[in-house]
Design a protein around this ligand. Structure first.
Ligand SMILES: [Ca+2]
Ligand SMILES: [Ca+2]
Ligand SMILES: [Ca+2]
Length: 453
């Protein structure tokens, strides 16, 4: 039985109604923070833009950008960043190429790589916003523990780190870096990354970013996939918007976000959806979560994952071999308005201290404290929560097609002496696959400062 929260008297209710009625209200504009950020020219040019108009306009814009990119870039190029500076002399070349210069130079199909300078930890500290990314490029960092791209804490203005525009025909991939320090006001979304394109994130740590909604990442109107990523300690600060401390995903007709082998931890929202907020504005939209850990996020409600749908649309969040635990005040909730449908679906082998009644648990779903260690470096490029001694996650899951865990370690490791789940294959539930049986920390506690509880 779904736990359906009542649509409150807040701005979201008005946000739902006004566009379809062609009305203009301040509340629609506030709650549509993501729309504004994704397509500023469209939303800001009219207060009576309908969803239909919106799609039509953005489709044309996307196609024109895609055609332009094709025409201008018959041969893909590689740009190699060899400087941590945040300057631009107008040329990305062997003598000097900054990230800012590389982004300016790159066209559809191009790659941005990083020189051997970045084989040791380096930080690119931005004083001003980077150029928008409007074509299908890939930015391949040297690893989240080695390359940090941040808004400099002393920068004179607030801005996000990456802004991806151009529409759903554009596909951008970002890998191997930490993205941090993005800082936007409550009226804007996507503190670390704002994307109106297909976005592939791999091995990225999005941490310590702030925005009104989508504190870490805000996505809209395109399919995306995140693998081997951590979203930690990001904040969504707008009490009247749709939250998503870690991730805000706005779908409009058949869009999906797939999250695999990833960790979403310690994010917060002043509204709902502390970890993830799925907002379905039309059609059927899905967040698919596999082999991941969603822990210790906070919000007004739905601290872990919020699944929201409006106006006869459908929002679905699926969970497979995933830990959702320790989120406050509750792990998961659905909300709907105007005849919509919002559901969670278990695809089995999940672990939670409380499913909050969002679905009927399958036989392979466990209700228990997961016994996870702190978010820390567990020998991967991105921080993770490892199961500790006695964790019910150990060997209780199914690898679900993954051959590595978030850290790149072997998945599946069938631990000796720990029974596998019925129908499982010895995989652990969550983002981390223990390579050996975790030792009892009772011994450590007895030998060090912590008393045995
Ligand atoms: Ca240069
Ligand atoms: Ca076993
Ligand atoms: Ca295992």
């Amino acid at each position: 039985m779904a736990a359906v929260a009542q649509p409150g008297p807040g701005l979201e209710s008005a946000a739902v109604r006004s566009p379809l009625r062609g009305a203009s209200t301040a509340s629609w504009l506030v709650d549509a923070a993501s729309l504004i950020e994704l397509y500023p020219q469209d939303i800001r040019s009219t207060n009576s833009l309908t969803i239909k108009d919106f799609v039509s306009k953005t489709l044309r814009a996307a196609l024109s950008v895609a055609m332009l990119g094709t025409a201008m870039n018959a041969q893909a190029a590689i740009y190699t960043v060899n400087s941590t500076a945040d300057s631009s002399d107008g040329s990305c070349d062997a003598a000097n190429c900054t990230l800012r210069e590389a982004i300016t130079a790159a066209l559809g199909g191009d790659q941005i790589l990083f020189s051997s300078l970045f084989n040791t930890p380096q930080t690119i500290s931005l004083q001003t916003v980077l150029p928008d990314i409007a074509s299908s490029i890939s930015i391949q960092g040297s690893g989240a523990t080695r390359l940090t791209v941040r808004r400099d804490p002393s920068a004179g203005t607030n801005f996000r780190v990456f802004n991806l525009i151009g529409g759903f025909t554009i596909s951008v991939s970002i890998s191997g870096m930490t993205i941090t320090g993005g800082n936007l006001t409550a009226g804007a979304s996507g503190g670390g990354i704002n994307s109106a394109t297909q976005l592939s994130l791999s091995g990225v740590h999005v941490t310590g970013n702030t925005a009104g909604s989508g504190g870490g990442v805000s996505l809209g109107f395109a399919n995306s996939e995140f693998a081997n990523c951590t979203f930690s300690n990001n904040s969504a600060t707008n009490v009247n918007a749709s939250g998503g401390g870690g991730i805000f995903f706005l779908g409009l007709g058949g869009h999906s976000l797939r999250i695999v082998n990833s960790t979403i931890s310690g994010n917060s929202s002043s509204a709902n959806g502390g970890g993830i907020s799925l907002f379905s504005a039309g059609g059927s939209n899905t967040v698919e979560i596999i082999n991941s850990t969603i822990a210790n996020n906070t919000a007004v409600n739905s601290g872990g994952v919020r699944t929201y749908a409006q106006n006869n649309s459908t929002a679905t969040t699926t969970l497979r071999n995933t830990i959702v635990a320790g989120n406050m005040p509750i792990n998961m909730a659905t909300e709907t308005l105007n005849g919509a449908t919002a559901v969670f679906q278990s695809q089995g082998f999940n672990l939670s201290n409380n499913y909050n009644g969002v679905f009927v648990a399958q036989a392979s779903d466990i209700t228990s404290n997961p016994l996870l260690g702190a978010l820390q470096n567990n020998d991967g490029q991105t921080p993770t929560h490892a199961p500790v001694f006695g964790s019910p996650a150990l060997d209780a899951g199914h690898g679900s097609g993954s051959f590595t865990d978030q850290r790149g370690f072997l998945r599946v490791v069938d631990l000796p002496g720990i029974a596998n789940a019925a129908g499982g294959n010895g995989s652990d539930i969550g983002a981390v696959e223990a390579q050996t049986v975790p030792v009892s920390d009772v011994i450590l506690r007895a030998g060090f400062e912590d008393p045995i509880p």
